[in-house]
Design a protein around this ligand. Structure first.
Ligand code: F6R
Length: 260
């Protein structure tokens, strides 16, 4: 696990976009794992900018969403399929049929979850997975207590997560209680995971993820088992890390040939 402490969201976006640009250079039909929420927005803005400059081509790229609300009608503005189209894929030359997400409106939810796992596998697996971090330590919507080996399935949101996400809806009452999410075992199979977290409200979760024990109570700690995980955080999110100076020193002295 590499922890990179950067001054702010713009620098984080630039480092993450460099990794995506390098991936697409060596693999034009790469598979990207796409997170929604606020944290990846500067990354998507940076990718859009580079696309407009002719530096990136998404025409052969596949995208797999991390998660989706259950029970929102298809096309609902806060369904993650719509959110990712607005925030990213609809602003670049991503083919709409190449953007996949778990079907939160399916009548047979377990079958929809199995189909999503199959689609990821049939697509060749995720090359680069973008992740945000919940204040309770969730990744995807794997809330505390999630099995570290879990696959795509239905989960019930913790009230804190519903409150955190109420800003996207008309109010708390409109936030669904249920979601479909890639499991922690699913996320662990991505070839490279880049987690982004900014702000003091994420400091405890960042501490637990990086320096706490591997434990289902902090689902993101499963990334300690990931062979290639990059944790990109700002100073505020890094403020509870015991070894922050070591992480800074390692990044400052990183061999020039070594990518993220
Ligand atoms: C969204 C997702 C969630 C968010 C997390 C942080 O697809 O998987 O895990 O990444 O809730 O959300 P923000 O970035 O809005 O703080």
């Amino acid at each position: 696990m590499e922890v990179v402490i950067l001054p702010g969201g713009r620098q984080i976006a630039s480092v993450a976009a460099d990794a995506i640009q390098a991936l697409l250079k060596r693999k034009a039909d790469a598979v990207l794992g796409l997170a929604t929420g606020s944290s990846p927005l500067p990354i998507y803005d940076e990718l859009v900018q580079r696309y407009e400059q002719g530096l990136l081509d998404f025409s052969r790229v596949q995208g797999f969403l991390l998660d989706e609300y259950v029970g929102l009608e298809p096309g609902h503005p806060e369904s993650y399929r719509e959110v990712i189209r607005r925030d990213f894929t609809g602003r670049v030359n991503f083919a709409p049929e190449n953007v996949h997400g778990p079907d939160g409106s399916a009548s047979d939810i377990p079958a929809a979850c199995r189909a999503y796992e199959d689609a990821i596998r049939d697509g060749g697996g995720v090359d680069l997975q973008l992740l945000g971090l919940g204040t309770d330590g969730h990744i995807g919507f794997n809330e505390p207590g999630s099995s570290l080996a879990s696959r795509t399935r239905i989960k019930t949101l913790i009230e804190q997560t519903r409150r955190d996400n109420a800003r996207f809806f008309h109010g708390l009452a409109d936030v669904p209680h249920h979601v479909l999410t890639q499991g922690l075992g699913t996320i662990l199979e991505s070839r490279h995971a880049i987690l982004v977290a900014t702000g003091a409200q994420k400091a405890q979760a960042v501490h637990d993820l990086v320096e706490g024990p591997l434990a289902a109570v902090c689902p993101a700690s499963v990334l300690q088992l990931h062979p290639h995980a990059s944790i990109l955080i700002d100073e505020a999110a890094a403020s509870s890390l015991k070894l922050a100076d070591y992480y800074r020193h390692s990044y400052d002295h990183k061999p020039a040939w070594q990518e993220l």
